[in-house]
Design a protein around this ligand. Sequence first.
Ligand code: CU1
Length: 151
Amino acid sequence: MKRTLLPLILLLGPGLAAAAQAEPCQLSIDANDNMQFSTRQLEAPASCPEVTLTLHHVGKLAANVMGHNWVLTRSRDANAVSNLGPAAGLQHDYLPSGDARVIAATKIIGGGQTTTITFSTTGLKPEEDYTFFCSAPGHIALMKGKFLLKK
Ligand code: CU1
C-alpha cells in the first residue's frame, strides 16, 4: 500500500499546493451537524476584486433541522442582522431581504449540500472589522468568525 501511494503523493502534493496558492481569491469553509464552521478566520488578499466562497455542509441533517448559510457583515452589524433571521424564516434563508448591512450571503443548505457565492470587494477595507456567521436562529452563538482583507 505504502509503496504504491508514495509516488502518487509526491506527484500530486506540489501540484495541489501550487493550485491553492494560485487561487487566493477563492475561499472554502465547511459546516457540520454540530453547529460549527471549520474555521474561525478567513482571509483574502485586498488585491482580489472579487472573492468566491464555497460553503460545504458536511453533515447529514436537513436544512430545516440544521441548515447553515454563510453571511458577511461588518462586525458591528452581525448580531443585529442575525436577530432578524427567525422572522425572515427558512424560506428567505433566515435573512431580511434587501438589507444593506449584508455584504454577502449564501442560501441555507442542508447536510451533504454545497453552495458558492462570489462577491465584490469594492467598498471593503483592510482596516475594517468584518464578521462571517450563520443566520439560522441561534447559530451565531457558535458559528461565527473573522473575515480579513490582507494588504
Ligand atoms: Cu447554522
